[in-house]
Design a protein around this ligand. Sequence first.
Ligand code: ATP
Length: 228
Amino acid sequence: MSLLQVRDLKAFYGASQALFGVDLEIAEGELVALMGRNGMGKTTTIRAITRMLRTTRGDIRFDGQDLTVLPSFRAARLGIGLAPEGRRCFSNLSVAENLLASARSGPWDTGKATDLFPRLGERMSQSAATLSGGEQQMLAIARALLTNPRLLILDEATEGLAPVVRQEIWAAIAKLKQGGQSILVIDKAFSELRAVADRCVILARGESVWTGTPAGLTPDVETEFLGV
Ligand code: ATP
């Protein structure tokens, strides 16, 4: 059974429809890349899965449970950890306090998170507002991990970061995958996504239009759906 199963998902912002039929599955331990040009519905799909956006139709099941009937805090408690677009850490709290605020019991603790991101370990007492963009992204991922999620979702994992920091984040994602973490990741760095993904799902105009392995992402597919 899939860990996450999304079927024919439709989503609405008021009267405006943003998703018109998204299908997406993630098996335990799998890393799935959600791809598509700007505005195609990737973030909306994540908002629907995490129930931050509740005006949806279609099926969203997590470990067999119907997520569509749950508020977002209950979906999170089932084991969905999100590092959102724009990172959204508590800027007036320290790194340590940010981590503590999201911690739930399980194998991930502050020590393990700072092993993954040693830079955070060096900045535990610093306020999140004073971190670089890359460090804030590391903190956002660490916060999501400290919820001990069964599924980790990374929206725009490396957006706007310096190349060297991007590499650190991709290396951390590869380590998480090796450790068996199930991951859904959105990013515009297609070559890096291809290198870590087990499968890719492409959205166009609010619909999933292509699913396959990175090897199947031929230049034709990239030109048609990703504008590469
Ligand atoms: P990007 O790569 O630019 O972040 P995306 O693929 O994540 O894009 P979404 O942000 O999900 O795309 O947007 C999908 C559609 O929903 C777009 O037409 C967008 O304008 C619309 N949309 C997104 N957020 C809202 C909102 N809060 N209210 C109304 N419409 C929205």
